[in-house]
Design a protein around this ligand. Structure first.
Ligand SMILES: *Cc1c(COP(=O)(O)O)cnc(C)c1O
Length: 397
């Protein structure tokens, strides 16, 4: 960890590993995408890899691809083999080993797809997987079976049948666009999709799940924001795990989205060696609030193949929440959840503040460990109620 990781400051890391000349194109998101680090040669030309990483990068072409935008790559600490940024995006050999508890589709999405690309798990909302590509690939991706184009399955979104399903299912009021990363689409393409969804009267609420504000803040152009603004009420859930990811460019991109009236939430994943401490999580959520982003969920890492080196115990996540609740702003505290293996949906996990329940009262503890009793309401005795009526009546005379 760098001491600056804990500071509530937003710094730019450009040009970092790139030559000064590249600054002329730096803010062009297409340049960023064209110059992603996606081969071992490219990676090794910039960074001294460990053997574990070199072997991991060789393996990556056969499962989840490697791809890192220059913007995000610059957050990597050259001298720190345990850098929390490199653990998220540089493959490691451990990815090649599947623990007995791990699977390809940990949230059971494939068995909840009435139409390819549409996951209908909850009564009133759907997850709409609109692309299999991202700006960069997270090594713990829950959808690595379909994302990046080199995995074992193909995502085959069936657009017309999906729109028909949404039209026919009037109980659906909430659509979450995800993938892959929907903000990788052109403004025009996204506008058409959102317009089509907005034409369905019972869809009250649309969300986009995206890590582009973090991987590629240059994509959050004024034009994109102006287009998104036409489709309100529209929320965006971003994905960030470590305070170093909140650079000045990211803060400005999030500011443009917030100024377009888009409420922003963040989803983090508990990751070993990345954000498995209260102090890092606290620095992260404080910076998120400064960027007008509400920490929404903190996920226990899904049981995705090849993730055991990144997963933490459930108790560690509970300890993080316990270290936040009461100790900092309530708005800063995400809900810790486990996505039920096989398709249980998100299950909230909380520290236990309810120590005992007995008839008529509960025993509680607060964040400082003090004990409190909270009794159920006492019913007003008939005699007292009669007397109050009598008093009120005599006053009105
Ligand atoms: C996460 C998720 C949603 C959205 O859940 P919220 O708790 O409303 O954020 C919807 N569908 C699926 C399949 C999901 O995994």
């Amino acid at each position: 960890m760098r001491p600056s990781d804990l500071a509530p400051t937003f710094i730019s890391h450009a040009p970092g590993y790139w030559p000064q000349e590249s600054m002329a194109r730096w803010s062009d998101h297409k340049w960023q995408l064209r110059n992603r680090v996606d081969s071992l040669t490219d990676l090794e030309s910039r960074l001294n890899l460990t053997d574990v990483e070199r072997a991991g990068a060789l393996l990556a072409g056969h499962k989840l691809a490697m791809s890192i935008t220059p913007h995000f790559f610059n957050l990597i600490d050259r001298d720190d083999p345990d850098c929390p940024i490199r653990r998220q995006v540089i493959p490691r050999i451990e990815e090649g080993w599947n623990a007995p508890e791990e699977v390809a589709d940990p949230c059971g999405e494939d068995s909840h797809m009435p139409v390819p690309g549409l996951v209908h798990r909850y009564p009133d909302r759907v997850l709409f997987l609109v692309t299999d590509r991202c700006a960069s690939y997270c090594r713990y991706c829950t959808r690595s079976r379909v994302v990046s184009g080199v995995g074992e399955q193909q995502l085959e979104t069936q657009w017309e049948p999906a729109f028909k399903y949404l039209e026919q299912h009037t109980e659906i009021r909430d659509v979450l666009l995800s993938g892959g990363d929907p903000l990788l689409f052109s403004d025009d393409r996204l506008d058409k999709i959102l317009t089509r969804l907005r034409a369905i009267p019972h869809l009250q609420f649309i969300r986009i799940g995206s890590r582009i504000p973090i991987f590629l803040p240059q994509r959050i152009t004024p034009e994109l924001c102006a287009m998104l603004k036409k489709h309100h009420p529209l929320f965006i859930s971003i994905h960030t795990n470590h305070p170093r990811e909140l650079t000045s460019e990211v803060r400005d991109a999030l500011g443009r989205l917030a100024d377009a009236g888009i409420p922003l939430g963040n989803q983090s994943v508990m990751l070993r060696g990345v954000n498995d401490s209260v102090e890092i999580q606290k620095a992260l959520v404080h910076k998120l609030l400064m960027c007008r982003v509400k920490p929404y969920y903190l996920y226990q890492c899904d049981l995705i193949n090849g993730s055991s080196h990144l997963r933490t115990s459930v108790a560690e996540g509970v300890a993080v929440i316990e270290g936040l609740r009461g100790h900092t702003t309530g708005y800063a505290i995400p809900q810790f959840v486990i996505d039920g293996p096989g398709g249980g949906g998100k299950i909230p996990i909380n520290p236990n503040y309810l120590i005992d329940t007995s008839p008529g009262r509960v025993t509680l503890r607060n964040f400082e460990g003090e004990i409190f009793e909270y009794p159920d309401p006492t019913l007003i005795p008939k005699a007292d109620l009669d007397r109050l009526h009598q008093e009120a009546f005599s006053r009105s005379m």
